[in-house]
Design a protein around this ligand. Structure first.
Ligand SMILES: [Zn+2]
Length: 207
């Protein structure tokens, strides 16, 4: 399976995919991921509906505790953080983003935003399965098998994406002001220049 087809995420269901009963707050659920011809399929089941057959056909399985998601936060200042970047890159089909995505996922695991649920291997490709701690979304992140000598470059790339562009220093501001003044002076001088074909003023001898 090409790496691009791993990049999708599936939201945890708010109801049991078996009996259709909505999950209650703090209710235990079982999640099974299986590979179908259409791609990954996620099933979330309550304790009563969970069975061995489901487990048998799954490539990955985990248990969690359902939490009623809190109401969405009011839209605050948009800021690229590790999570929004990961969401951006998980939709990206650029295979060059695989390294960045992997580092972001590890960062978010350390921050406990993502929970590592399982690691699966498909056709030699190791894939980390994460679940978002708050929303329950599934993130499938292929392990790009970074070598140590590649790690630093990717970390630098990620920090550059996360850091806001640096504010100009006082010296840079002063230089910019000087440059602007010099430009204005040059424009003014050019405007005052007589056209080339004009007669130069002839000095009149005063007798
Ligand atoms: Zn059920």
């Amino acid at each position: 399976m090409p790496i691009e087809e791993w990049d999708h995420l599936q939201v945890r269901s708010s109801l049991c995919n078996g009996c259709q009963k909505p999950f209650e707050d703090k209710e235990d659920y079982h999640t099974a991921l299986s590979l179908t011809p259409e791609g990954y399929r996620r099933r979330d089941l309550c304790q009563a509906c969970w069975g061995a057959a489901e487990r048998g056909s799954a490539i990955s399985y985990w248990q969690g505790t359902f939490q009623i998601p809190p109401p969405p936060k009011p839209e605050t200042l948009k800021r690229e953080d590790a999570e929004s970047l990961l969401r951006k890159f998980i939709d990206s089909k650029d295979p060059g983003h695989a390294n960045v995505r992997y580092i972001l996922a590890i960062m978010l695991e350390r921050k406990r935003t993502l929970r590592h649920r399982d690691t699966t291997e498909q056709e030699g490709q190791k894939v980390l399965i994460y679940e978002h701690a708050r929303t329950g979304e599934t993130f499938l992140v292929p392990d790009p098998r970074l070598r140590l000598d590649q790690l630093e470059a990717v970390q630098t790339e990620v920090s550059a994406l996360l850091a806001p562009p640096p504010a100009p220093t006082p010296v840079e501001q002063a230089l910019a002001a000087v440059e602007q003044e010099a430009n204005a002076a040059a424009i003014a001088a050019a405007e005052n220049q007589p056209p080339n074909d004009a007669e130069p003023p002839t000095p009149q001898a005063q007798g």
